[in-house]
Design a protein around this ligand. Structure first.
Ligand code: URA
Ligand code: SF4
Length: 253
């Protein structure tokens, strides 16, 4: 049944997150979200896409015109550019989950062309939508998160985070082993003609850094490998002794 588009928004997507969520349940539930006003003007919500086992999650801003029609993230011009960078960086599509900070397309009609022009979501819209993104991160537990543009970066890393100062660098956060931020692919597409090629090269270079990071053994995996023999040798009540305790402690430094 088509949803009525008059309901007053509740102010947070948290009101629409199903209990014991799975990606499938979330994907179905997001279509009923009325956390903010954006559901009223969009064709549909666009949820993240990619395997549950993806090691890297890319977060954009809001779906664009093409994504709003298709119901899938990053299928328009920005998505094509992202695909090129992923390929150059050797990141397999099956290793990537792609989503947005805000799940409904925000737009205004261009007076002359009548095209739907993308608008940047407000801080309160990003806040209202954050529970969907938090649920995606909690379910996937990606090793690496890549924020594409300031909206995603600020949503994850705080309002004062500067993409320009920290692009391509590993940022420490509680969300994943490593968080990277770079510009949004649409910023590359909007660059002046004479700067477009260099903008794409810089973007691709940032994504290559993500690829190289993924090629390194995971820190969590490294910790587990280091802990493995230590855990196996962990003194039990039967073999506990001061010396083995001391050895275990010093080898864990
Ligand atoms: N831009 C975004 O931020 N997300 C999309 O899905 C498409 C374009
Ligand atoms: Fe809900 Fe997000 Fe859509 Fe707002 S943009 S209605 S919070 S899904």
């Amino acid at each position: 049944m088509k949803q009525k588009k008059t309901a007053k928004p509740t102010g947070s997507a948290a009101d629409f997150i199903p209990p014991r969520p799975t990606l499938t349940k979330l994907r179905a539930a997001v279509q009923g979200c009325r956390g903010c006003d954006l559901y009223k003007c969009a064709t549909q919500a666009v949820f993240g896409e990619g395997p549950r086992t993806a090691r890297v999650m890319f977060i954009g801003e809001t779906p664009g015109d093409a994504e709003d029609r298709a119901g899938k993230p990053f299928v328009g011009p920005s998505g094509k550019l992202l695909d090129r960078a992923l390929e150059a960086a050797g990141i397999a599509r099956e290793d990537a989950y792609v989503t947005n900070a805000v799940k409904h397309f925000k737009w205004a009609k261009d007076a002359r062309s009548k095209r739907r022009i993308h608008k940047t979501p407000s801080a309160s819209e990003v806040r209202a939508c954050a529970p969907w993104l938090a649920a995606e991160i909690a379910l996937l537990e990606p090793r690496v998160i890549v924020c594409l543009g300031a909206t995603a970066a600020k949503a994850l890393l705080g309002r004062t985070f500067s993409v320009m100062k920290k692009r391509g660098m590993v940022v420490a956060s509680e969300h994943a082993e490593a968080v990277f931020a770079t510009v949004h692919p649409s910023a590359v597409l909007r660059a002046p003609r004479d700067q477009r090629a260099i903008a794409e090269r810089l973007f691709t270079a940032d994504i290559r850094k993500v690829g190289r990071y993924l090629d390194k053994p995971s820190k969590a995996g490294k910790r587990a490998r280091e802990a493995g023999p230590t855990l196996a040798a962990w003194p039990t009540t039967e073999n506990r002794s001061a010396t083995s305790n001391a050895r275990t402690r010093s080898s864990r430094r």
